[in-house]
Design a protein around this ligand. Sequence first.
Ligand code: NDP
Length: 473
Amino acid sequence: KKAEIGVIGMAVMGKNLALNIERNGHTVAIYNRTDARTKKVVEDHPDKNLVASYDLSDFVASIEQPRRIILMVQAGAGTDSVIDQLLPLLAQGDILIDGGNTFFEDTIRRSKKLDASGINFIGMGVSGGELGALNGPSMMPGGQKSAYDQLADIFEQMAAKADDGKPCVTYVGPNGAGHYVKMIHNGIEYGDMELIAETYNILRNLLGLSVEECAEVFKTWDQGELKSYLIEITADILTRKDDLGSGTPIVDLIVDEAANKGTGKWSSENALELGVPQSVITESVYARYISFLKSERVAASKQLSGPKVEPVSEDEKKELIDLLEKSLYFSKVMSYAQGFEQIKTASDHYDWNINYGDMAKIWRSGCIIRAEFLQNITDAFTRNPDLKNLLLDPYFKNIADQYQDSLRKVVSIAIKAGIPVPVLAAGITYYDSYRSAVLPANLIQAQRDYFGAHTYQRVDREGTFHYPWYPEQ
Ligand code: NDP
């Protein structure tokens, strides 16, 4: 019997996706460049419907036509190399799915190339890490709609299910749309993580809470409107002690240098390219970069002074914890407002026709940024599919009205105490800029005109103007 679908790449993600598909009642062909990985999967799962091949043409021949093949290999050159080897073996109408963390412009490029050979190409963002891949990830596929339709059944079976039972997968749009949305998902993930980290820093270093007490705060927040995977794992992380036996909370033993694989940077670069204000993700990327200047920071900490921090009273602590919960929620709203603004701008720019509400829907479960709060975004876009900015939706406008004061207070207190809050501050600054009918950009235009004769428009009449700044003009 031929396999219904194939997976190339038997590292952790590909193996788990294959097992996920098999669990849903399908026979899966598997292949990996290095035989040992494939052998291991077969040995570890002898009773599964897996058809293992150790030669790429055998693998292709083991799949029913039109073939559906998921690539789960290292993004970049690895993906190009596998596609090049596969191309002569495939037939018109076959569907290649790249499930790696691929840069969306690579997907656009590959999609054009494969189109010319009559091969369908789906670029699919997969989120949820290795457990998500096994038990149900959030999946963001982009490519030919007709090809997606031939995958929808299997994808819907594989995907995580939200509380209402709906699978966390939907057709995102043509060519690079799926990988684009995954990129923004990852950027938002950077923002969410940094916002939580800044809030934790205030709890620890301004309120003076112990790691255990912080764990309790996050546990409580995970029962409220902040309920989400990242808050849940943060609470759990903070309860964990040194696995090497010192008794110290593990978080205090981990070096404060946050690594990255570039997807946050891609989101920021693309925002700059499209002219979208994306301060939350960008500041989160910078926060990781500055964390990496560890030795410089340690040296600077011995030379540069900050303010004297007054201890916070027990009464103030309670009040501040409440403010922090609200400020975290409101700054998260700003992060998603920017993220969705970027998806909207990109959708117009690349002609993708993305359904924004559906994106929030497929992030409700399975992925790293899964959260109760995403339902509110879906609702907002259901109320108004053309919503310009999330902040203009009645639910989010109400949150802004109720919570902005908390974010203002938290940012002020942190700055006064010398605790860095680049992303919380970016959140409130974005809010204030976005709601300003007039910004001091008029002065910038005057400066540009002064030194470079760049001209300006006037508020009171049509046309382009240049001011006689110099007497000789
Ligand atoms: P890795 O990213 O570590 O990639 C290893 C796999 O890629 C191996 O199967 C390896 O084969 C294969 N590979 C690398 N280069 C080549 C090549 N030139 N030709 C053929 N095969 C090659 O594996 P992961 O399972 O972690 O991730 C797979 C994909 O999924 C990546 O794109 C990753 O970014 C993405 N992803 C990962 C997530 C995670 O949590 N890990 C989450 C979401 C997406 P070999 O064994 O022969 O070396």
